[in-house]
Design a protein around this ligand. Structure first.
Ligand SMILES: *Cc1c(COP(=O)(O)O)cnc(C)c1O
Length: 387
């Protein structure tokens, strides 16, 4: 049909393939809380973000099925039109309470949340400061604003303060955005220090707690670690990881939420979440509130793993094993697959060049013996070979 299109695409794919950067989908069937079927093999997954295994939880499945029976499979329209089914109010109240905020707004996904929230709050005259290792959708949202984008070195408060000292005065508004738990590194943002810097320069602090909700801070996320309730006026996150289903959210003050509902384009021009997803999230949050000990399990398993390998103590259920090159990392992932483990290789551009890694994630239902065996295989067969 279009020769130039085909030529362009084929050339692009070949170039990516040569750099080991072409991606392909592997059909993966979840079987139970931690096992998957992939390529005809049954593997123990250390690659799901389903930290509390709630995507497979009988009580949560029942809640989703009941909501489908009652309200149907889809919302039917944007929430501002006719898509605002009654379950949204319950979910938003529960999210706000969990996060210690006045109100919450649920989006179609975490990606839609970040690309909707950031442009609704800052514009062309303003500035955004983003931690360099933040999730891709934070950068996507920031670029949609036309605001001046400043990237600060990972968790480097000194660098952030330098940027604010140099540029803040020239802009009416400044937003600081960071992952609360870094998705590919598993470390935490220094929330208290970020909040202090935000206060000092009258900037607004926004955290993306995709990997924090449900698993750290007693299940309440990165603003609540060490028993503290740090001052984060904009707490964004997703319902697709520890919460087990799908959807995104922002927890914030009442008027911020009112503005977001009025001005956020990914909220206005996108259909509301299906009732089943909303009902599942409600049931998941109830479970987390009821059983904080269960919510603490993924981090405990991650810490057993880092102790076994002599790695720095895990701060979240995500543990990276940085191997450097794409080829070495892919080989390590294949080796683990032969041992019955699914541990995905993460490559650029998801992570910076030269830092390809195995990203190991731990969930509540992982067996302690499997965690030990994974550590043994990694120590004996992957970390011993020369980089
Ligand atoms: C997964 C993730 C998102 C995107 O959330 P979805 O609901 O999957 O779209 C956003 N931010 C971070 C840090 C994530 O890890």
């Amino acid at each position: 049909m279009s020769r130039s299109l085909d030529q362009f695409v084929d050339g692009k794919l070949k170039a990516l393939e040569q750099r080991n950067l072409r991606r392909v989908l592997a059909e993966t069937e979840r079987v139970g809380p931690i096992k998957v079927m992939r390529g005809g093999r049954r593997l123990i997954s250390f690659s799901c973000n389903d930290y509390l295994n709630l995507s497979q939880h009988p009580e949560i499945k029942r809640a989703a099925i009941a909501a489908t029976e009652r309200y149907g499979v889809g919302a039917g329209a944007s929430r501002l039109v006719t898509g605002n089914h009654p379950l949204f109010k319950t979910l938003e109240e529960k999210l706000a309470r969990l996060k210690g905020a006045e109100a919450a707004c649920v989006f179609g996904s975490g990606y839609l949340a970040n690309t909707g929230i950031i442009p609704a709050l800052v514009g062309a005259d303003d500035m955004v400061a983003v931690d360099e290792l933040s999730h891709a959708c934070i950068f996507a949202g920031s670029r949609l604003t036309k605001a001046a984008l400043h990237v600060f070195r990972h968790n480097d408060i000194g660098h952030l303060r330098e940027i604010l000292a140099t540029h803040r005065a020239r802009h009416p508004r400044a937003l600081i955005v960071t992952d609360g738990v870094f998705s590919m590194d598993g470390d935490l943002a220094p929330i208290a220090a970020l909040a202090d810097a935000a206060d000092a320069f009258d900037a607004w602090l926004m955290t993306d707690d995709a990997h924090g909700i449900g698993v750290i801070g007693g299940g309440r996320g990165s603003s609540f670690v060490d028993g503290g309730a740090h001052r984060v006026p904009l707490q964004m996150g997703t319902l697709s990881k520890a919460i087990g289903g799908y959807g995104g959210y922002l927890c914030a003050g009442r008027s911020v939420i009112d503005l977001i509902r009025t001005r956020s384009r990914t909220f206005i021009y996108s259909t509301g979440l299906p009732p089943a997803s909303v009902a599942a999230a409600i049931a998941a949050i109830e479970l987390i509130e009821r059983d904080p000990d269960y919510a603490a399990l993924p981090l405990a398993k991650a810490r057993a793993f880092t102790r076994a390998l002599g790695l720095p103590e895990a701060q979240s259920p995500i543990v990276p094993i940085v191997l450097g090159g794409e080829t070495r990392t892919l080989a390590a992932s294949r080796l683990l697959e032969d041992e019955g483990f699914l541990v995905i290789a993460i490559r650029p551009p998801t992570v910076p060049a030269g830092t390809a890694r195995l990203r190991v994630t731990f969930t509540a239902a992982h067996d302690d013996a499997d965690v030990r065996r994974l550590a043994d295989v990694i120590r004996a067969r992957i970390l011993t070979e020369a980089a």
